[in-house]
Design a protein around this ligand. Structure first.
Ligand SMILES: *[C@@H]1O[C@H](CO)[C@@H](O)[C@H](O)[C@H]1NC(C)=O
Length: 469
């Protein structure tokens, strides 16, 4: 192995103009020519580092494990709590946020709390913490190692490729894609904000794409162009279904990325003050979706502006997919041209939201007033906070509409609470109220009608109940 390594370095020195390669025992050879280097998207040709310099580890979590067990493609698997009867999920990180470098272990722990799987957190910190172009090539060695591990498991536990799911973030998403090129028929690959530099616009051999697994689902959270906006994630849709939470570019609660694209290495290594909040949200959403999958429903939509305008609400003719862990429950639409799904999340954990369209027909004095209106939804599991329905003129007889993203799933809504105010002292003591409320639920188009009875004075809560039929 070392001889081959030295030999390749030798080749590199003597003939820089020719494509060179490195070979590693059990993993095969890696060339630096096209499509891996010397292309428009990858001008610099770089060979991957030696496996010793990458230091890949496989950390197994199962429901029987109190701690993780490190496994290798050998008898350590037999000695572990790995079971060939279960589905296996590999978590492949990329960008490492300081203080949260072990998020794959966090994800595995959450996963085995809820399902009986083998969850394997792949660690390759040394291979990540290098200049970006080098890390972007090191994923090829990591992918070969993961593929070797899967081959070993398939051979020894009579498992098919359909029992394996790769979840990769950032560069790890492309590593997952590379695993899929090596092992045909993987059940699923989830790409969590797949990284853009060195991958967007490259051939399917290089980046994650639909040919890499039977089902490829992608979450985009940092999709602004890297040059000049420093978005680390791809905007291109590359999966069978691609989710664009909050439009996929800027996440609520995160600030815009600042810096210069020429600082890519410093940004990647965390040397430069850089807030990777948008990039890492992708795995935060996924982890939360393990607990509350229904809070991440994606709406098919051509683009983020149509979604923001409410044009893609509610879910169309069929069910909608759930972003995150349960995305594979989606049976799909007939129309394969629809692959983009949009949704709104909160600005901090919990991120999940439950969407409704609320239409309120106002009743009140003939003379219009100015003011604010609020609504809250009440159901068997509790009540949402108040959401602002309107600010401005309050006109009796007019219908006001709001797309409401509730933090809480209240269950079937049995009451809508209405309140208004304007902080104006008015001796006439005007009263307003919701004469009628039509509530449409996003997930299934279900419509409920509520009928108001008595109008209320400023800051009093009107309880609007289901209309009697
Ligand atoms: C593996 O499972 C056994 C049986 O449940 C348990 O006693 C043991 O602690 C587990 N190993 C680890 C490393 O957690």
């Amino acid at each position: 192995m070392n001889t081959m390594w030295s030999l390749s370095v030798f080749c590199l020195l003597v003939s820089a103009t020719y494509a060179t390669q490195v070979c590693f025992e059990g993993l095969g050879c890696f060339a630096d020519g096209p499509p891996w280097g010397g292309t428009d998207q990858r001008p610099v040709s770089i060979l991957p580092s030696h496996p010793d310099e990458i230091g890949t580890r496989f950390l197994l979590f199962t429901q029987r494990n109190r701690y993780y067990q490190e496994i290798m493609a050998d008898e350590t698997v037999e000695a572990s709590n790995y079971s060939g009867m279960r589905t296996s999920r590999f978590i492949l990180p990329g960008y490492l946020l300081e203080g949260d470098e072990d998020w794959p272990q966090r994800m595995c722990k959450e996963m085995v709390k809820r399902e009986n799987v083998n969850c394997i957190a792949v660690e390759w910190k040394k291979g990540v913490k290098t200049r970006y172009a080098q890390a972007a090539n090191n994923i090829r060695v990591v992918a070969a190692q993961v593929a070797a591990m899967i081959t070993f498991l398939m051979d020894n536990y009579k498992q098919t490729a359909g029992k394996f799911h790769m979840i990769g973030h950032s560069l790890g998403a492309h590593a997952a894609g590379d695993v899929g090129s090596r092992i045909p028929g993987l059940a699923r690959i989830t790409g969590l904000d797949p990284s853009e530099p060195y991958f967007q616009g490259t051939s399917a051999a290089v980046s994650l794409d639909v040919t890499d697994a039977n089902f490829v689902d992608v979450i985009h959270t940092d999709g602004l162009p890297f040059d000049p906006k420093l978005g680390l994630g791809m905007s291109q849709s590359v999966g069978h279904i691609d989710f664009y939470p909050n439009g996929g570019q800027l996440m609520p609660g995160c600030s815009t990325n600042r810096g210069d694209p020429s600082d890519l290495d410093a940004i990647w290594l965390g040397d430069k003050k850089f807030d990777a909040c948008n990039h890492v949200r992708a795995y935060e959403y996924y982890i939360e979706s393990l607990e509350k999958p229904q809070g991440f429903m994606g709406y098919p939509c051509p683009n983020k502006d149509s979604f923001a305008d409410g044009k893609c609400f509610p879910c169309g003719h069929t069910e909608c997919p759930l972003m995150g862990h349960r995305a594979d429950r989606f049976t799909g639409t007939e129309d394969t041209s629809i692959t983009k799904y949009f949704l709104t999340t909160g600005s901090k954990a919990p991120f999940r939201r439950y969407s409704y369209r609320v239409s309120v027909t106002l009743a009140g004095p003939i003379l219009p007033n100015v003011g604010f209106m609020f609504v809250a939804l009440v159901g068997k599991y509790g009540s949402t906070k108040e959401h602002q329905l309107h600010v401005g003129t309050l006109i009796s007889g007019r219908t006001y509409e709001l797309l409401l993203d509730a933090q809480l799933d209240v269950g079937d809504v049995t009451e809508v609470q209405f309140r208004w105010n304007n902080h104006i002292i008015d001796p006439l003591r005007p009263k307003f109220g919701a004469e009628k409320v039509v509530l449409q639920r996003g997930k299934d188009k279900e419509i409920r009608s509520f009928c108001g009875r008595a109008n209320v004075a400023e800051n009093e809560v009107q309880s609007v109940l289901l209309c009697e039929v």
